[in-house]
Write a protein that binds this ligand. Structure first.
Ligand SMILES: Cc1cc2nc3c(=O)[nH]c(=O)nc-3n(C[C@H](O)[C@H](O)[C@H](O)COP(=O)(O)OP(=O)(O)OC[C@H]3O[C@@H](n4cnc5c(N)ncnc54)[C@H](O)[C@@H]3O)c2cc1C
Length: 647
């Protein structure tokens, strides 16, 4: 029986129009080397094989088929095999109001807005909330094994900041099952052409800022690949791995955000980085909020439930969690409580910093085994404790990035004047849709990847159906230049990247964490300037054409540096405390909530503006506030003229 090549990650199959016969050869900088540029065409390019990207790809295929475009091609590009995307690590679940229960859409909207601390867009919140249960049910039809009640309804659990239990879950391996469900569905779609282990280097936009595809690098073949398409969906995930102590996988490096910045597009609220309160010391591995939703309690070095002393009381009975109190308070408040407890000498010192203890013992082995098997295994393997018999040491770690590429609620990317960028969409953690505001509620992210991913895919297919196939030697020439610049990094430089990477994580942990102040942010800014300067001469020792992970990791480091500099600049500009951004020197919350917008100018300087919060899907609004030149950034222009790398 013939085996479909996509199932084995083999070469993409030919389509209409066939991959260009003229595989362009051009000299790579360096003695006597040359590199192949493969030019291919698609109707839609989706960058990212996580939940948002797979949702977008499936929706695009569906929309093309509904329009009778059965020969459409949806290119799905991922720097890792899709099942290794970070979504696979999600634990606790996805929020959605189960129809017919006590919960209501209005309550889900109200809880999300309360968490967002003034930066959520009410229309965007309602947009996602209204579609949430529908997407969770769609997943079930595709095979998602949601945990169920004895009556056969979807089981839901409490998460922090929720007034009602509404988190659908599959034990504590929700992301694993969710990604499998989406991925296995993509396997049966012949229209999806996979580009696994292809590192996207940049977006291709015209001078008028219309999306025309991407330029990437095929790590398996050692070839530059240009995929031309009239619509592109960015679903590249967040940037929380830039912090030294993080729950995120090594691949969560803000690549898509740095591409957007280089294309002259704004990034919103980059300083809003959620620190999760319960992670394993050292590794940063997440102990999901579901553990507290099931009834786990947090105790200090003396065994006392300390949260009531830091504004999260009154104390609830052990094993009977109540909405928004104690262990089920919002994440930012729990992380802040830890910070205070540590300064008050109430944590247990370890070589990886102070810890408090998450006590699950009263839940009993049966509940822990059924509801929390993953965290139980993590605690045993990485902390050497069995939660059935011992409390688990935990401390905060960087976890989720609320900020990102500015989009409407349905994923249409907006430029710095609030105008739609033709053919460009973003979804998932790389996008700032207006849902999460200044602090995401746990389990609202997975559902956002599904809802916005799908809408972005549908819209992208619509754009593709109304445009001529993307063409143009100018674009290909530009792509070739972009790739050439990046490839020229190989075998050059004197600065080893590892110390730069380590210092980036250290300074973000130290000075851009749970609480910030002007002195710390100035230190972070100066350190990032120094790292930026040293990065210009970064050493890429490996010169191999194939599977050159040394080079790929340097590209990721560049993306992290670029985005981190934007985050620090935005944190400097926001002289107030709101949600995940708490300033010791500015404890007040401004009466008027404003977004920060970071841009790079053609000279590569970083600018920050503070602009008013408006309704979902509207223009960004007029500049009413601070304009800070950080006098740093990426040399290079915008759109087609952008030729430089990160940092
Ligand atoms: C440990 C952990 C647990 C979590 N648990 C929950 C939870 O229970 N509920 C919840 O709602 N949220 C949870 N979250 C958050 C949620 O999992 C993520 O926000 C979400 O999965 C992000 O999905 P995504 O599709 O946007 O990105 P990802 O899953 O990160 O996928 C990004 C994709 O982009 C690709 N990519 C990136 N850069 C490039 C490039 N340059 N070239 C090519 N491809 C590229 C990657 O290969 C990958 O396929 C959790 C997060 C963590 C860290």
């Amino acid at each position: 029986m013939p085996v479909h090549p996509r199932l084995h990650g083999q070469a993409p199959r030919a389509r209409r129009p066939a991959p260009d016969p003229d595989r362009l050869r051009h000299p790579r900088r360096g003695p006597g080397r040359s590199v192949v540029v493969r030019v291919e065409h698609a109707d839609v390019v989706v960058v990212g094989g996580g939940a948002a990207g797979l949702s977008a790809a499936l929706a695009a295929v569906e929309a093309c088929a509904a329009a009778g475009r059965d020969d459409a091609v949806v290119a799905l590009v991922s720097k890792v095999y899709p099942m290794r995307s970070h979504t696979v690590a999600a634990e606790g679940g996805a929020a959605g109001v189960v129809p017919g229960g006590e919960d209501t859409l209005d309550q889900h909207v109200a809880d999300t807005l309360a968490g967002g601390a003034g930066l959520s867009h009410p229309d965007a919140v309602r947009y996602v909330v209204e579609r949430a249960a529908g997407e969770l049910a769609r997943l079930e039809r595709l095979g998602m094994p949601w945990s169920r009640t004895a009556e056969g309804r979807p089981a839901v659990r409490r998460f922090g900041g929720m007034s009602r239990p509404r988190t659908w879950f599959a034990a504590d391996k929700t992301g694993f099952h969710l990604l499998h469900t989406l991925f296995q569905t993509t396997l049966r779609e012949r229209s999806i052409r996979r580009y696994d282990e292809h590192v996207v280097l940049d977006l291709l936009l015209t001078a008028e800022r219309e999306a025309r595809g991407i330029v990437g690098y095929d790590q398996q073949r050692g070839e530059v690949v240009v995929v031309l398409a009239p619509a592109v969906v960015l679903a590249t995930g967040g940037y929380a791995r830039a912090w030294g102590t993080s729950t995120n996988a090594g691949i969560v490096t803000g690549d898509g955000l740095s591409m957007a910045l280089r294309a002259g597009l704004p990034l919103r609220d980059l300083e809003m980085v959620q620190v999760h309160p319960t992670c394993l010391p050292g590794s940063g591995l997440l102990i999901t909020e579901a553990a507290r939703g099931e009834g786990g309690v947090l105790v200090d070095a003396t065994g006392q439930r300390y949260l009531a002393d830091y504004g999260l009381g009154p104390v609830t009975p052990v094993g009977a969690p109540e909405p928004r109190r104690m262990e089920l308070g919002p994440r930012d408040k729990l992380s802040q409580a830890f910070w205070h407890a540590e300064r008050d000498g109430r944590t247990v010192p370890t070589r990886d910093g102070g810890v408090v203890h998450l006590d699950l013992r009263h839940l009993g082995k049966a509940v822990i085994d059924e509801r929390l098997p993953l965290v139980s295994g993590l605690a045993r393997r990485f902390a050497g404790v069995d939660p059935v018999h011992e409390p688990v040491p935990v401390r905060p770690a960087a976890h989720y990035t609320m900020g990102g590429i500015v989009t409407t609620a349905s994923g249409q990317v907006l430029d710095d004047a609030g105008r739609p960028v033709d053919g460009l969409f973003a979804a998932g953690e790389c996008a700032s849709t207006g849902l999460h505001g200044a602090n995401r509620l746990g389990s609202n992210s997975l559902v956002e990847t599904l809802v916005v991913g799908r809408e972005a895919g549908l819209a992208a297919a619509g754009v593709a159906g109304s445009r001529a196939p993307a063409q143009g030697t100018e674009l290909v020439d530009h792509a070739r230049d972009l790739a050439d610049t990046r490839l020229a990094m190989r075998g050059r430089g004197t600065e080893p990247p590892a110390p730069l990477r380590k210092e980036l994580g250290r300074v973000l942990d130290a000075d851009v964490g749970i609480f910030r102040d002007a002195d710390g942010l100035a230190r972070a800014s100066a350190t990032l300037d120094d790292l930026h300067a040293r990065f210009q001469d970064v050493r890429v020792a490996d010169t191999a054409d194939v599977l050159n992970t040394d080079w790929a990791q340097v590209l990721e480091l560049g993306a992290m540096l670029t985005v981190a500099r934007g985050a620090v600049a935005a944190a400097v500009a926001r002289t107030e405390s709101r949600g995940a951004h708490q300033r010791l020197d500015h404890p007040q919350t401004d009466d008027v909530a404003r977004h920060s917008l970071v841009t790079l100018d053609p000279a590569g300087e970083t600018h920050v503006r503070l602009v008013p919060v408006e309704g979902a899907g509207t223009a960004i609004g007029a500049d009413i506030g601070t304009d800070i030149d950080t006098a740093v950034g990426t040399p290079g222009g915008t759109a087609v003229g952008t030729t430089q790398g990160d940092a």
